[in-house]
Design a binder for this molecule. Structure first.
Ligand code: SF4
Length: 366
C-alpha cells in the first residue's frame, strides 16, 4: 500500500513513494525504511525526472535513492567526518581557517544526497534551522572577529530559505564591515530550479559585499535546461558561480563522465572549483573511490580539457584539519633519466607533460 505524502508537494520522501514511481523495488522497502529512519530522504520532481528507472546503474539514482548499503558503517567512518564540531565556537559557526567561517543556518535540503558528509546533522529529528538566539549569537561571533573576511553559508542548503529571509540574512552579514565575501553553497539550482526566482536572485545581491555561489552537481545530466537557466539568472545578475562536485563511484568515476561534467560547468559559465574526495561519512563506502583512482582521473582530465575545466581535487582531512590538494604532481627532482644515465652536475627538475612524457628543467634561474 503506497503512503504518498501529499504535504510533500510531489517531493518523494518515503520508500513506498519511491516504489510507486518505479525508483525502488517493493522487496527493498523494509531495508529502505531502516535507512530513512536514520538518514533523510528527499527526491524532488526535477531529480526524479532525470532518473531512468530501467537502468540499475543510473548515476542520478545512485546519488539520491537510498540503499541498504547505507546501513553498513565501515571502520574509520565518523558521524562528523570533517571535524565540524571541533571548530565550532558557537552554534551555527565553524571557524576552521583564520579568515573565513561556515555559517550553518538551515539544516534542511531540497534533496538528500546519499553520500552527504553532514548526513548526521541534517537527518530526521534534527532542527530545521538555527533558533533566533543562536542566529544572533553566530552574527555576534562574526562581528567580534575582524579577521573574518568571508562567510560561507552552507547546510543544509541556504537557498531553502525564503527570498525574504535570505534578504535579511544577507543584509545582516553585509552590514559587518570586515565581511567582504558571502559565499553560498547550494544544490537548489539543479534539484529545484524553480526556487531560483527573480526574488531569490535579488535577495542574493547586496551592496557592501560580493556574493559568490558554489553550485553542487556531480553529473552532467543534472545540468538540465531549467538548471542552466537558473544558473544563468544568477550569473546575469552579476553573481559569479563556481562548482563543487564529489568524486563518486558509479556516478562520475570515469574520464568520460568527469569530462562531460566539467565541460558542462564551463559551458554554463561556472568555473570548476572543487572535486572532493568522498568523506568518511557513515554508510557511504559503496560510493567512495580510492585516492589513486582519483589521481588517475585528474591526470586523464589534464590531457583532455583546458585549464578552465580543471577543478582542484581535494580531501578534507578527517578530524577537522582542513582541505588538502591531493591531485597528481607533475614535478619531481631527478639525478638521472631512463636511458640518459647520470645528469651532471646539478639535480634537475623532472616534469611530466599531459601525454605522460618526461622532460627536464634546470634547477637554477639561469
Ligand atoms: S545538498 Fe549538501 S548538505 Fe544537503 S544532503 Fe546534499 S550534500 Fe548534504
Amino acid at each position: 500500500m503506497s503512503r504518498i505524502n501529499l504535504k510533500s508537494a510531489a517531493t518523494l520522501r518515503e520508500p513506498a513513494e519511491l516504489v510507486v514511481h518505479g525508483l525502488a523495488s517493493a522487496a527493498d522497502i523494509p531495508d529502505l525504511e531502516k535507512v530513512a529512519a536514520r538518514y533523510a530522504v528527499a527526491v524532488t520532481p526535477d531529480i526524479a525526472a532525470l532518473i531512468d528507472p530501467n537502468d540499475p546503474e543510473d548515476p542520478i539514482a545512485r546519488q539520491f535513492i537510498p540503499s541498504a548499503e547505507e546501513l553498513v558503517a565501515q571502520p574509520g567512518e565518523n558521524a562528523d567526518p570533517i571535524g565540524d564540531h571541533a571548530h565550532s565556537p558557537v552554534a551555527g559557526i565553524v571557524h576552521r581557517y583564520p579568515d573565513r567561517v561556515l555559517f550553518k543556518l538551515v539544516h534542511v535540503c531540497a534533496v538528500y544526497c546519499r553520500f552527504c558528509f553532514r548526513r548526521e546533522m541534517v537527518g530526521p529529528g534534527k532542527a530545521t534551522a538555527l533558533s533566533s538566539d543562536a542566529y544572533n549569537g553566530a552574527l555576534g561571533y562574526i562581528r567580534a572577529h575582524s579577521e573574518i573576511w568571508e562567510v560561507i553559508l552552507t547546510g543544509g542548503d541556504p537557498l531553502m530559505l525564503s527570498p525574504r529571509r535570505l534578504t535579511e540574512v544577507m543584509a545582516d552579514l553585509a552590514a559587518i564591515d570586515h565581511v567582504r565575501i558571502i559565499r553560498i553553497h547550494t544544490r537548489v539550482p539543479v534539484a529545484d530550479p524553480a526556487r531560483i526566482s527573480a526574488e531569490m536572485v535579488a535577495a542574493l545581491r547586496v551592496e557592501d559585499a560580493a556574493t559568490w555561489v558554489a553550485l553542487h552537481a556531480n553529473h552532467a545530466r543534472e545540468l538540465t535546461g531549467k538548471a542552466r537557466a537558473a544558473c544563468a539568472a544568477m550569473i546575469d545578475a552579476g553573481i559569479p558561480l563556481v562548482s563543487q562536485s564529489v568524486l563518486l563511484r558509479g556516478v562520475n568515476d570515469n574520464t568520460a563522465a568527469l569530462e562531460a561534467l566539467m565541460r558542462a560547468f564551463v559551458e554554463c559559465r561556472i568555473k570548476p572549483y572543487y572535486l572532493h574526495h568522498g568523506d568518511l561519512a557513515p554508510g557511504t563506502a559503496h560510493l567512495r573511490t580510492t585516492l589513486e583512482h582519483g589521481q588517475q582521473l585528474m591526470r586523464s582530465l589534464r590531457g583532455r580539457v583546458s585549464g578552465l575545466c580543471q577543478p582542484d581535487y581535494v580531501l578534507d582531512i578527517p578530524g577537522g584539519y582542513g582541505k588538502a590538494p591531493v591531485g597528481p604532481s607533475y614535478l619531481s627532482q631527478a639525478n638521472s633519466l631512463p636511458g640518459e644515465g647520470e645528469l651532471d652536475p646539478e639535480t634537475r627538475y623532472r616534469i611530466v607533460d599531459y601525454c605522460g612524457d618526461v622532460h627536464l628543467y634546470p634547477p637554477k634561474p639561469w
